[in-house]
Design a protein around this ligand. Structure first.
Ligand SMILES: [Ca+2]
Ligand SMILES: [Ca+2]
Length: 294
């Protein structure tokens, strides 16, 4: 009686025994072959033998998700720099909420730290420079972009962080001569707008200019008095200004122009039935230009 298994084992050669099989990190022998494997924080090179550092520049375009320090849930590596560029839907502020947080403690966070910036690059104003063991308060950007940079130095590593990014509707927006977009909800186009939303956008342009709004898409639950879901427009900074209208159904029939340098947009939805929502394009305009084109 012969045994095939014994024959196969006999035939197998341990490639890893000689020069680690040519693997840069770990070599794992398998029956008839072998594979190379990389340590945490590294991925296998296309040549299947070398290891390269795992990608650490993240570009995120989803309305919500989870981000973690490199190597999570194990300790972050030393001498590592990672960035996250988060951009959400225009008209929606990026919000970051920490679930776990453990970064080498220092009074000024001079060693390892996570920096959070209020915009698309590290040139934007800083929302926080974080380290230590206390879970930081949630951070909210003023616009739809947030930039994060994590840096670790040569010694002492900790577990790192885990955080959830999401969005909050509303904020202060600055109209420019070039049209900008504003969407009713962060998942515009993929989903109907959520129930029980209350959003407030304040558009403020330069003194002396006016704001023009147009509505490439407008689909809000219809009701004779717009009593369910609606968009309110005010011709100023707050609700004490003149109301330009309350809109639902297919929205304003044409573009709307402010009499001053600001417009307040409110969006309210009740607890049932959502629709596609709206896409507003806003532009700063000179009054003389409006007169010329009308
Ligand atoms: Ca350190
Ligand atoms: Ca509704």
């Amino acid at each position: 009686m012969c045994c095939n298994v014994t024959l196969i084992l006999f035939a197998d050669k341990d490639e890893c025994s000689k020069e680690n099989g040519g693997c840069q990190h770990e070599c794992i022998n398998t029956i008839g072959s072998y594979v190379c494997q990389c340590r945490n924080g590294f991925v296998l090179h296309e040549n299947k033998h070398d290891c390269k550092e795992a990608e650490c520049e993240h570009r995120i375009h989803s309305p919500h998700g989870v981000i973690t320090s490199p190597n999570w849930p194990d300790k972050y590596p030393s001498r590592k720099e990672c960035t996250w560029e988060i951009s959400a839907t225009p008209g929606h502020r990026v919000k970051l909420r920490f679930g776990e947080f453990e970064i080498e403690q220092h009074q000024e966070c001079a060693y390892d730290h996570l920096e959070v910036f209020d915009g698309e690059t590290e040139k934007s104003s800083i929302l926080g420079r974080l380290c230590g063991n206390k879970i930081p308060e949630p951070l909210v950007a003023t616009g739809n972009e947030m930039f994060l940079r994590f840096v670790s130095d040569a010694s002492v590593q900790r577990k790192g962080f885990q955080a959830t990014h999401s969005t909050e509707c509303g904020g202060r927006l600055k109209p420019e001569p070039k049209p900008r977009d504003l969407f009713s909800h962060a998942q515009f186009g993929d989903n109907i707008y959520p129930v029980q939303a209350d959003c407030e956008w304040l558009l403020v342009t330069e003194r002396g200019l006016r704001i023009e709004l147009d509505f490439p898409t407008f689909e809000v639950e219809e009701e004779a008095d717009c009593g369910y879901d609606y968009m309110d427009l005010f011709d100023g900074y707050d609700t004490s200004a003149m109301r330009l209208g309350r809109f639902c159904g297919s929205g304003p029939p044409e573009e709307i122009i402010s009499s001053g340098d600001s417009i307040l947009i409110l969006f309210h939805t009740d607890d049932t039935i959502g629709k596609k929502g709206f896409h507003i394009r806003y532009t700063s305009v000179k009054y003389q230009d409006i007169l010329l084109t009308k």
